[in-house]
Design a protein around this ligand. Structure first.
Ligand code: 9D3
Length: 234
């Protein structure tokens, strides 16, 4: 799978994918990340990518033209397996279902917003989807694009080791839609600064351990993410 990223900060993407799961996926050729500098599709002396909003108001918007020219040069023809995504605070929430959807594509172009926003014609006539990674204000779409790449790349065949993907199938409710959180987990030592690991986990009684884990996962979900349990009921 190829991720194209369109940004005014191409250097941002040097670091994040050198390590870990995505780094390995790139090395093995399962994933390619092509970073494109939006300023390469400007034609004025100052490489202008932004302008003031019609109707007045604060700040500057990314102009439509350089973004359309870039997209049309990166994807020379539109195919059903090529998706264009605009990252913006107004987008639909990026969740595991959205990650699964994008993982079906052969190539995804992630357009990173900056300044106060992006000319709406990008959302209206260029992007297949407009996505936000959550209800908080970021300085731009770059971190969001990195989040999307990480979440989607993990879903591609062969990207996780056999062990990791087996774990995902059997345990992670989140991967199958909104559900319960992972249960609390502990490793050695059995006592750290006076805080003991729940006795049952040391017992070797696998039936009891299974019951405790389910109970603990439900309790923690109720405490930290009650809305996930509400969704389960429906
Ligand atoms: C909602 C705030 N906007 C009204 C004043 C201004 C604005 C702030 C930050 C417009 C764009 C941005 C830059 N953020 C993104 O491009 C962005 C984002 C985000 O801020 N939060 C969660 N997901 C995303 S995806 C892209």
């Amino acid at each position: 799978m190829v991720f194209h990223v369109l940004t005014i900060f191409p250097e941002f993407f040097r670091g994040p994918f050198e390590h870990g799961v995505v780094g390995r996926a790139i090395e093995s050729g399962k994933v390619r990340i092509a970073v494109h500098n939006l300023r390469d599709w400007t034609s004025d002396r100052h490489k202008t990518v932004d302008d003031r909003p019609f109707g007045g108001g604060e700040g500057m918007l990314l102009k439509a033209e350089p973004i359309f020219l870039a997209a049309e040069s990166i994807f020379q023809e539109r195919r059903p397996d090529r998706k264009v995504v605009l990252l913006s605070p107004q987008g639909k929430l990026f969740d595991q279902a959205a990650a699964r959807r994008l993982s079906e594509a052969a190539e995804v172009l992630l357009i990173c917003g900056r300044y106060e926003g992006v000319d709406e014609r990008v959302a209206g006539y260029l992007a297949h989807e407009e996505l936000s990674i959550g209800d908080y204000v970021l300085s731009g779409g770059e971190l969001a694009a990195a989040v999307v790449i990480d979440a989607v790349a993990r879903l591609l065949p062969g990207v996780l080791g056999n062990e990791e993907s087996a774990l995902r199938e059997s345990f992670s409710a989140l991967e199958h839609g909104p559900g319960v959180l992972d249960c609390p987990q502990y490793t050695r030592p059995a006592e750290f600064r006076g805080w003991k690991v729940p006795e049952v986990l040391l017992s070797g009684n696998h039936e009891q351990i299974r019951r405790w884990r389910l109970e603990a996962a439900l309790e923690k979900t109720a405490r930290l993410r009650p809305e996930l349990l509400e969704k389960l009921k429906n």
